[in-house]
Design a binder for this molecule. Structure first.
Ligand code: ARG
Ligand code: GLU
Length: 695
């Protein structure tokens, strides 16, 4: 009996130990702390998050709002992914100085390149403000009334929050609006580019290897935060100085082996782990397939032009990578959902939920939630699919239509007065001007022809020959003047005339319908979340990702992608050479790296087996936004840089399965090796604090 009990305890511990989750850093004490320690961590909850002393969280910064980065030196050196710094690396590139192709290394502080618009944001502290946010919100209110009460309360809380004048506050909903947290933040706006490997290292394997294991990508780039003389956030200025962080991560030279504890600390963007089956079905069977088809058609056009023209290759590199990324992710997601039987499994759980409601006599409160979902999602489907396709066609894949969309918004702004119009006008002028640097009308017209028929049967590509918006000068002329003049001019343009009815339909029909039903769905989802926690309390519930700072942890571990196959969790430089295809745009290897490989000149960065490690896998539960997040060892040292997930596991945004979901990290020793041996940027290595925790 005793034996059975111990065995059971052991089993349940090892089961939960692999269940994933993205946890709030200020709430790790208790369950998470214990679980991390059972996985080998030596860290306390306070080592990770502390309001009064410096802690790991002080080294983690939201990078431009979409990625994560970490401070790795006392002089504000900031590490993130190559694909996160891609836009900046590209914008400093030209045919003469092709940093995308050749890499970039600032050999002194003076050579570090400013990036207008880029920021790094730290979390100063996190507070639970649920009671105050929900004060006075009652069931009898409509959803709109509830929201306006919540907004009012949130504003009042933010006003009353104690903070320094250079700090900001933000309130975010957790557990579908059942809980609210306040974040005090500090945003640094002078972030300069310090180093980037060539794309043949930083993007090695490109789209073929994206989302795929085994992986051999050195997906990193390096920036530096600058601050004013008092170490406070400041706009770019020559007088700014390198930022002194409250904490920076020491870098481990000892590497990892299978079974080692890992923790990933960053800003995951969004997940939806508590959706009903009917929602996952709609996403994977209706929304994803149509969006995949649109992107596939756009990519085909883009790829052909990029292969045949170097200028276009540079112009479209960033846009192509962005479009290809989720195109491939959705495909993997669909396959994973299908293979893991996620929809059927969710249905089974829903039956059990319904059964438990009966047992616990909670049917009167929660009994109709699942049928409410069914009704709402049925009504939602056509609107959701069409709106999603609209966004793909008009905003994400075709540039001319995207521009017309912004012009439409500018025209609407005129209705709110000349001042509002002026602001909109300036913003459109700025965006259009910078867009022309990377615009090729043939590419865009080809994409238009390929994707517009997937949205409507009213396709007219002749607008490309008639419009003035494919010329930078004419565009500038049209946008000059007061609202009356500008609006008159744009309404005469062929492209605008073509696009306007679609955009009008979006604003007057699609979007309001979408919002109306979505608000109702969210209300049911909020109740469902609460019900799940109440009715099935023995499950663990972590809040869905919402672009706030989270901790996820696990182990270095391989996986079985298919029957009869096992993937080891570590790759080596030998694998880069195995994949090498001379001259190939995805799998070329720089000569210098080949030479270092031949000479086995790995310095202090080789593994115990004499090989140079490149990437490794972990069971950390991550999502988009975790790119650039540090992988941290049991002692708080940096061992890796998160940049991807395995294809078979990209469904983890809806259905985390510990058997198959893995995150992919670059081994920090490869990063150091590239900086040191490949680029000779020793000054950066010297700034860092290299440690040997295992010795
Ligand atoms: N899949 C990774 C992420 O979601 C990397 C994307 C960048 N790489 C690329 N080939 N597009 O961001
Ligand atoms: N590459 C992703 C990002 O940019 C991370 C991979 C993922 O989605 O897990 O955040």
């Amino acid at each position: 009996m005793k034996f059975v009990k111990i065995l059971f305890l052991f089993l349940s511990l090892s089961l939960t130990a692999q269940q994933g989750g993205m946890w709030i850093p200020s709430l790790l004490e208790g369950m998470n702390e214990q679980e991390m320690q059972s996985l080998g961590s030596k860290l306390t909850a306070q080592d990770i998050y502390d309001v009064n002393n410096s802690s790991l969280k002080d080294a983690i910064a939201h990078f431009g709002g979409g990625c994560t980065s970490e401070v790795i030196s006392p002089k504000g050196l900031l590490l993130t992914n190559h694909h996160c710094g891609f836009g900046q690396i590209q914008s400093h590139s030209s045919l003469e100085n092709d940093y995308l192709k050749d890499g970039f290394w600032a050999m002194s502080f003076e050579e570090e390149l400013p990036n207008p618009g880029l920021y790094a944001e730290f979390i100063v502290r996190i507070e639970d403000v649920t009671d105050k946010v929900l004060d006075g919100v009652i069931d009898a209110m409509t959803e709109t009334e509830k929201q306006s009460k919540i907004d009012g309360n949130s504003n009042a809380i933010q006003k009353a929050t104690q903070k320094e004048e250079w700090q900001d506050t933000r309130i975010k909903a957790f557990y579908k609006g059942n809980q609210y947290f306040l974040f005090v933040t500090e945003r640094y706006e002078d972030v300069r580019l310090v180093g980037a490997p060539p794309s043949s290292i930083g993007k090695f394997g490109s789209d073929t290897d994206n989302w795929v294991w085994p992986r051999h990508t050195g997906d990193f780039s390096i920036f530096r935060i600058y601050a004013d003389k008092d170490n406070r956030p400041a706009k770019y200025s020559e007088d700014n100085v390198p930022f002194t962080p409250k904490h920076f991560l020491p870098v481990s030279l000892d590497g990892i082996e299978e079974g080692d504890f890992t923790m990933v600390f960053g800003f995951p963007g969004s997940t939806d782990e508590y959706l009903p089956a009917v929602a996952v079905e709609q996403i994977t069977q209706k929304v994803n397939p149509s969006n995949i088809a649109i992107r596939e058609a756009a990519l085909k056009v883009m790829d052909e032009y990029m292969k045949s023209d170097d200028k276009i290759r540079i112009q479209y590199a960033s846009k192509q990578a962005r479009i290809a990324n989720y195109w491939k992710k959705w495909i993997g997601e669909n396959q994973g959902i299908e293979k893991s039987n996620a929809i059927a499994n969710k249905r089974t759980l829903e039956k059990e939920f319904q059964q438990k409601l009966k047992e616990k006599e909670l049917e009167s409160s929660y009994g109709s939630l699942l049928t409410d979902f069914d009704k709402l999602y049925a009504e939602f489907e056509p609107v959701n699919v069409k709106r999603s396709n609209f966004l793909e066609v008009f905003l994400r894949n075709n540039e001319l239509m995207g521009a017309m969309f912004r012009l439409y918004q500018m025209e609407q702004a005129a209705g709110r007065g000349e001042e509002t119009f002026k602001r909109a006008q300036e913003s459109v002028q700025g965006r259009m001007k910078s867009a022309f640097k990377d615009y090729n009308v043939n590419v865009d017209k080809g994409i238009f022809k390929a994707i517009m028929p997937m949205y409507t049967d009213k396709v007219d590509a002749s607008i490309y020959d008639k419009t003035n918006f494919s010329s930078e000068e004419k565009t500038a002329q049209i946008l000059e003047g007061n609202s009356k003049e500008v609006i008159k001019k744009i309404n005469k343009d062929a492209a605008y005339k073509y696009a306007k009815p679609f955009i009008e339909e979006f604003y007057t029909k699609l979007e309001p319908e979408f919002q109306r039903i979505n608000t109702e769905i969210n209300a049911v989802q909020k109740k469902y979340m609460k019900a799940l926690m109440e009715v099935v309390p023995d499950q663990r519930y972590f809040p869905d990702a919402n672009s706030t700072l989270r901790v996820t942890y696990g182990k270095v571990k391989g996986y079985k992608p298919k029957d009869g196959m096992y993937y080891k969790p570590v790759t080596y430089l030998d694998g880069v050479m195995e994949k090498y295809v001379p001259g190939d745009y995805e799998f070329d290897v720089p000569q210098k790296l080949q030479d270092l490989y031949k000479a086995k000149d790995y310095g202090q960065y080789a593994d115990a087996n004499g090989k140079l490690p490149i990437c490794f896998l972990g069971t950390n539960h991550t999502t988009g936004g975790n790119s650039g997040s540090p992988a941290i060892d049991a002692n708080g040292n940096l061992i890796g840089l998160n940049f991807d997930r395995v294809w078979e596991g990209t469904m983890s945004d809806y259905n985390y399965d510990p058997e198959i979901c893995r995150n992919i990290m670059v081994d920090l020793r490869y990063v150091l090796f590239i900086i040191d041996k490949y680029a000779g940027a020793n000054r950066l290595i010297e700034e860092m604090h290299l440690v040997h925790p295992k010795k």
